[in-house]
Write a new protein. Structure first.
Ligand SMILES: NC(=O)c1ccc[n+]([C@@H]2O[C@H](COP(=O)([O-])OP(=O)(O)OC[C@H]3O[C@@H](n4cnc5c(N)ncnc54)[C@H](OP(=O)(O)O)[C@@H]3O)[C@@H](O)[C@H]2O)c1
Length: 234
């Protein structure tokens, strides 16, 4: 797909990976709608990006937004949806574990309500995470949610062809998802990535490049693209 002149909706497009994907799409001439609960956090955005407010967990609001913006060619969701539980399984707070699945339900809302408005040659991308296939102790919640996201993509892709559906799986990426600052932040990423083949955090732009790849390549569907600095082999 040549994205120039195409209409793209990016949920979670106001921060981190989604914002980087929105900027890369806009730079290539796409007409991008970057969407989140509080789009003002995106700050100043380049020409070609329009900010929209919507909570992916509010089905009525998601449906109304799709009806307002339809039809479109590119649909991306990188919206985290809610909170993420951390901790080993036996000590895990089960309410927190269940709440972590807000990410899956947000993606499911976007996928189910948005797909009928995606053009037949259009393309959809979700974002999971490396723990889906290589969980480290304490990552049970994000591992199981990410696994569910990847299974959702593989299950739905054959049902919605010829529209294409893929998932991008990032490793540890330096984005505003982490609220740590300064030396504490550097130390946290150093520890998280020390055993990876590429021992540093990735950038939002590096993940966005993979989102652009699965959007642009018309022969890729139903698959997962890893951008993880070698996390899966660590
Ligand atoms: N950063 C990493 O290391 C990493 C690693 C693996 C996977 N991932 C995944 O990559 C995706 C993007 O993460 P990121 O690091 O770019 O995070 P981020 O910088 O915190 O951005 C998350 C985006 O999602 C939006 N969002 C969250 N809940 C939402 C909701 N209920 N409705 C609509 N929008 C919502 C946020 O905006 P509002 O708050 O304004 O709604 C924001 O635009 C997530 O799915 C994350 O789990 C990230």
């Amino acid at each position: 797909m040549n994205v120039s002149g195409k209409k793209a909706l990016v949920f979670g497009g106001t921060s981190g990976i989604g914002l980087a994907a929105s900027k890369q799409l806009a730079a290539l001439g796409a007409n991008v709608y970057a969407i989140s609960r509080d789009p003002s956090r995106a700050g100043d955005v380049p020409k070609g990006i329009t900010l929209k407010q919507c909570d992916v967990l509010d089905r009525d609001a998601v449906r109304a937004l799709f009806e307002e913006l339809a039809p479109f060619d590119i649909l991306v969701s990188a919206a985290t949806g809610g909170t993420r539980a951390r901790g080993t399984f036996l000590e895990m707070d089960m309410d927190g574990f269940q709440a972590s699945f807000a990410k899956l339900w947000g993606y499911a809302n976007v996928l189910q309500l948005g797909t009928p408005h995606v053009s037949a040659d259009g393309t959809i991308v979700l974002v999971s995470g490396s723990p889906a296939r290589r969980s480290k102790p304490g990552q049970v919640a994000i591992a199981t949610v990410g696994g569910a996201v990847e299974a959702l993509v593989r299950a739905v892709a054959p049902e919605i062809a010829p529209r294409r559906l893929n998932v991008v799986a990032p490793g540890a990426i330096d984005t505003p998802m982490s609220s740590l600052k300064g030396a504490e932040r550097e130390e946290a990423y150093r520890k998280q990535t020390a055993k990876n083949l590429i021992p540093r955090a990735g950038t939002a732009d590096e993940v966005a490049q993979a989102i652009l790849f699965v959007i642009q390549n018309d022969f890729v569907t139903g698959t997962t693209v890893d951008v993880d600095g070698g996390w899966l082999l660590s």
